[in-house]
Design a protein around this ligand. Structure first.
Ligand code: NA7
Length: 542
């Protein structure tokens, strides 16, 4: 039999998180021939994988939800201010059913390569299921946090107990009762795990290298009256979210820290602490640009840690020092610091007692071995770039993304790369991902891409690609803006510091979501400034 020709599509979408879900919906509604792929067994992205106890979104769910469908907005009701992972998955399932999205996805399928065919102006895409497809457009909705990272500690494979990864959590419930449990990592994930598992474990050992600043979440059940009120005002809520720096309705201030008296400052910080959430970040306008103002706020939080943690040595070890508050992702907790007052919970300060190796029985630090039944990795991700670099993406002239990004991620507007026509990224590494609401960014990106496709269809254009100059201009702007913030002053996944040999640098757009939208729209308004289009489809097909 002759080999079957590759399936011919308009769009291939890689990823079934929020970005991939909306892209699938949008392009289907446009009447395009689409195929979506997801490596996991179902939709949800990070929320599909991160099933660990205590997993919860740390932005208000009213904001952390799709805005593109009034039906979904009106028919779905959040039960808590900050939804837990099971409720997020239920929401994702609701959206998928309501909009009939699953039929377009192949699950448990990884895209292994995407190769641009310059002569035919299309992407040839291969999957690990042995299929090859051809599509005019390729959408990388691969997410900024989808490649989990094990710690670089020798001996991981030797451990005979139960090894669990936060980002690859088993689907069956795990019991910690009476067990000796270790957690490595104290970022947003580790903190959520510790405060939950600490209640249940026989003994819990928390391996902390860099302490995080965490603030009270003050989560609450949402009253039906409040939810109804929100539903009446969704249009306005979304509008202000889109016009804000963070893509959400979080309070922001125009007040500089030193513009008010010390007593007023203290009061404002106390109020923010009481209100919870990320309120503190919005108390003053200059917390991410004025190191002195930042240090005052850091010291305020250190004071709170001192008040909450009974053992003075533990309290001291938990107090973050040496980097600005909010330069690492600020965490929100419900009882993290108080967990250390439990007799079964022990902090292992890896700054003074570093981990040497993982053994058959547990973890050995310089001071000795601690035996464990369960070891949990909450050690983060190869963020922002890891997903795209994990498979073979080959553009014009055989150039690979891996080569292009050797010194760090580069793109124009965070959406497209020079040398890779018709390949679009959602929540790409040079956009505002990680610094603004990821669902708002996903929706923006998909809408922008859809408009570009409509434009090309109308004009009979076969390919779109940014120029090298436009890309350089964008990267210069990204760099210039990043120099004004304190975000570069901490070793985080934002700057690539958590992955060995990864190029260091903040390649995120730090100008805020509203400004980002303004710039991506301006490029379109100016006749797709910075982009080149090629040949009409007829001439390609001829
Ligand atoms: P993060 O924020 O990258 O945190 C990872 C944690 O793991 C962090 O505390 C690391 O300490 C720690 N880590 C990594 N390797 C080691 C070793 N070898 N030894 C000790 N500790 C280690 O990832 P999360 O999953 O918590 O959060 C990611 C994002 O999800 C978050 O920003 C929110 O946007 C939601 P280190 O800082 O490297 O000293």
């Amino acid at each position: 039999n002759p080999p079957t020709p590759p399936r011919r599509l308009d769009v291939v979408i890689v990823g079934g998180g929020f970005g991939g879900m909306y892209a699938t919906y949008k392009f289907r509604e446009m009447g395009l021939r689409i195929q979506s792929f997801e490596a996991g067994g179902d939709l949800g992205g990070v929320w599909y994988w991160n099933r660990y106890p205590g997993a919860r979104v740390d932005l208000p769910s009213i904001d952390y939800s799709f805005s593109f469908s009034p039906e979904v907005e009106q028919e779905w009701s959040w039960s808590e201010q900050f939804a837990a992972q099971p409720e997020l998955l239920a929401y994702i399932d609701f959206v998928a059913r309501r909009l009939d999205l699953r039929q377009h996805f192949q699950f448990n399928t990884r895209v292994t390569s995407a190769v641009w065919d310059e002569a035919r102006k299309l992407w040839s895409v291969k999957t690990d299921q042995g299929e090859t497809l051809e599509a005019t457009y390729c959408i990388m909705a691969t997410g900024p946090l989808s490649v989990p990272k094990d710690p670089e500690i020798p001996g991981i494979a030797r451990f005979q107990g139960q090894l669990l990864r936060a980002a690859r959590w088993p689907h069956q419930p795990v019991s910690f009762a009476g067990k000796r449990v270790g957690v490595i990592g104290t970022g947003s994930t580790g903190i959520q795990i510790v405060q939950e598992v600490g209640k249940e474990a026989g003994e819990l050992f928390v391996y902390q290298r860099t302490p995080s600043f965490t603030m009270p979440m003050r989560n609450e059940q949402l009253e039906p009256e409040y939810v109804a009120e929100v539903k009446r005002h969704y249009a306005g809520i979304r509008e202000s979210a889109r016009n804000s720096a963070v893509g959400g309705v979080r309070p922001q201030s125009t007040r500089a820290f030193f513009s008010v008296t010390p007593r007023q400052r203290q009061q404002l910080l106390e109020d923010a602490w009481k209100n919870g959430g990320l309120a503190m970040l919005g108390t003053f306008s200059d917390l991410m640009s004025n190191p002195e103002a930042n240090e005052h706020v850091a010291e305020f939080v250190r004071g709170k840690i001192g008040e909450m943690v009974e053992d003075p040595a533990t309290a001291e070890a938990l107090k973050p020092r040496g980097y600005p508050i909010f330069a690492r992702r600020p965490c929100l907790d419900s009882s993290y610091y108080e967990t250390y007052n439990r007799p079964n919970v022990h902090l292992v300060d890896c700054l003074t007692d570093p981990i040497v190796e993982i053994t058959e029985k547990g973890v050995r630090t310089e001071s000795g071995e601690i035996q464990l039944d369960v070891l949990i990795f909450a050690t983060g991700y190869d963020g922002l770039t890891g997903a795209l670099l994990a498979f073979d993406v080959v553009g014009k002239d055989g150039r690979r993304v891996n080569d292009k990004w050797q010194d760090g991620a580069r793109s124009y507007l965070g959406l497209m790369m020079e040398g890779f026509p018709n390949l679009f990224m959602t929540t790409g590494p040079n956009g505002p991902a990680a610094l603004a609401n990821i669902i708002r960014i996903s929706e923006h990106d998909v809408d922008w891409i859809a408009a570009a496709m409509v434009h090309m269809e109308q004009e009979g254009l076969a390919s779109i690609e940014p120029t090298a100059e436009a890309e350089q201009g964008w990267m210069d702007l990204v760099y210039e803006l990043s120099q004004r913030t304190l975000l570069t002053k901490a070793k985080t996944w934002y700057v690539g510091a958590n992955v060995k040999d990864k190029p260091l640098g903040l390649t995120l757009f730090t100008g805020g979501f509203a400004k980002y939208r303004e710039l991506t729209s301006a490029a379109v308004r100016d006749g797709y400034r910075g982009f080149v289009f090629e040949r009409t489809r007829e001439s390609v097909e001829a």
